[in-house]
Write a protein that binds this ligand. Structure first.
Ligand SMILES: CCCCCCCCCCCCCC(=O)CC(=O)SCCNC(=O)CCNC(=O)[C@H](O)C(C)(C)COP(=O)(O)OP(=O)(O)OC[C@H]1O[C@@H](n2cnc3c(N)ncnc32)[C@H](O)[C@@H]1OP(=O)(O)O
Ligand SMILES: NC(=O)C1=CN([C@@H]2O[C@H](COP(=O)(O)OP(=O)(O)OC[C@H]3O[C@@H](n4cnc5c(N)ncnc54)[C@H](O)[C@@H]3O)[C@@H](O)[C@H]2O)C=CC1
Length: 320
């Protein structure tokens, strides 16, 4: 932060000043979502540190970002491919990586967390970061299904904590849900709205209610598709085709499940089942549990398998 002091950050009111406030962003979690968020933030001129638990994961994330940037550049600079290559290199220069979240947050304006969908793990992370981050730093979670207030409860910065819920694939999806928890200050909320706009996204305002807007509607739809199939009322292929050709969705529900990741989907459903155990829609799915236990996580399985091979950790048949 070049020109804003701790004292005057609280008195900033114009949106231009708030937009200027977020320059340095720390993205925690370099998986499907974190890599996309880092890419978009870096593409729009922010300086980004991407954090994950190992150098191998970070190498894969960076490779994925480069591949995605090349797809963007191919379209954006169709007439001048050399400008496209320069764009890719410029954006990559805006991203550095680290495995030490606590040390890098010391110089950051905004932390966007995109780690595993588990309340305790997110709380532990934010609790540790809260002690290290400067006072002005805003914390945001990309959670799909957990209450922002519950995640924020491990910190002492409830007013500077909100939700920034991006959509997969981040470089292509225009929406960001900006979540105002009961204790989120108006300034923090405005700063998150402005940040979303600075990324070229379209923000919508959400309350801290289960699933916010999109997942409140999308998750029951996807669950109903799984239940329909479990009842033997349609093949996965027919259900996907029906929703694409009949409802105009770009992907059918099973294709989307595969795209989102079966592990993340299971975390979401298990969490909602725990909160609402009598709702049959949220009952565990033996098929989903089996696939996740076998390490079959959907589209990202190839990525994970690749990583395990790189690390030479575990190439046993259960993991392939
Ligand atoms: C009982 C238990 C069951 C459990 C069920 C529980 C379910 C719970 C699930 C809840 C999930 C919640 C997740 C969440 O919190 C919120 C979400 O993110 S939901 C997901 C939202 N996303 C979507 O719905 C995606 C829908 N799909 C699409 O919009 C398109 O298919 C897509 C844009 C992905 C790809 O487009 P398509 O035309 O199909 O394919 P192409 O490959 O031709 O791509 C078109 C165009 O886009 C470019 N592109 C695609 N991906 C990227 C990328 N990552 N980076 C850069 N560019 C990309 C590609 O290059 C193409 O460009 P052209 O110039 O057109 O060639
Ligand atoms: N997959 C999706 O379509 C969407 C997911 N989300 C949410 O985004 C978050 C991340 O989801 P994905 O990117 O799909 O998961 P992912 O599994 O692809 O990536 C998570 C990454 O976080 C890393 N990680 C885990 N614990 C960590 C820690 N303590 N410190 C640093 N890194 C850590 C993992 O190594 C992994 O690389 C979840 O909360 C999920 O609900 C939100 C929108 C869409």
């Amino acid at each position: 932060m070049a020109f804003i002091t701790r004292q005057n950050i609280r008195s900033l009111s114009s949106s231009a000043a708030l937009r200027a406030a977020i320059k340095h962003v720390t993205v925690i979690g370099g998986g499907l979502m974190g890599a996309g968020i880092a890419q978009v933030a870096a593409s729009t001129g922010h300086s980004v540190v991407l954090v994950d638990t190992s150098e191998d994961i970070l190498k894969k994330s960076t490779k994925g970002i480069e591949a995605s940037l090349k797809r963007v550049a191919k379209k954006k600079f169709a007439e001048k491919p050399e400008d496209g290559e320069a764009f890719v290199q410029k954006v990559l220069k805006n991203i550095s990586t680290s495995t030490d979240a606590v040390s890098v947050v010391q110089g950051t304006d905004l932390v966007v967390e995109a780690i595993v969908e588990n309340l305790k793990v997110k709380q532990d992370l934010f609790g540790a970061l809260d002690k290290a981050a400067p006072e002005h730093t805003i914390f945001a979670s990309n959670t799909s299904s957990l209450p922002i207030a519950d995640i924020a409860s491990s910190t002492a910065r409830l007013d500077r904590f909100g939700g920034l819920h991006f959509f997969n694939p981040v470089p292509m999806m225009k929406l960001v849900e900006v979540i105002k928890a009961p204790a989120t200050s108006q300034q923090t909320f405005d700063a998150l709205l402005e940040f979303s706009k600075a990324l070229g996204k379209h923000p919508v305002s959400c309350k801290d209610t289960p699933g916010f807007i999109v997942n409140r509607l999308l998750v029951p739809y996807m669950l109903e598709a799984v239940r329909l199939h479990e009842r033997g009322h349609g093949s996965k292929e027919d259900i996907d085709v029906a929703m694409k050709l009949g409802a105009g969705y770009p992907m059918g529900p099973f294709e989307l499940l595969d795209y989102v990741g079966l592990d993340t989907s299971k975390f979401i459903i298990d969490g909602w089942h725990e909160k609402d155990p009598d709702n049959p829609l949220f009952a565990p799915s033996p098929l989903l549990n089996k696939l996740v236990a076998e390490g079959k996580l959907g589209k990202k399985t190839a990525w994970v398998r690749n990583l395990l091979q790189t690390q030479n950790v575990n190439n046993s048949p259960e993991n392939t």
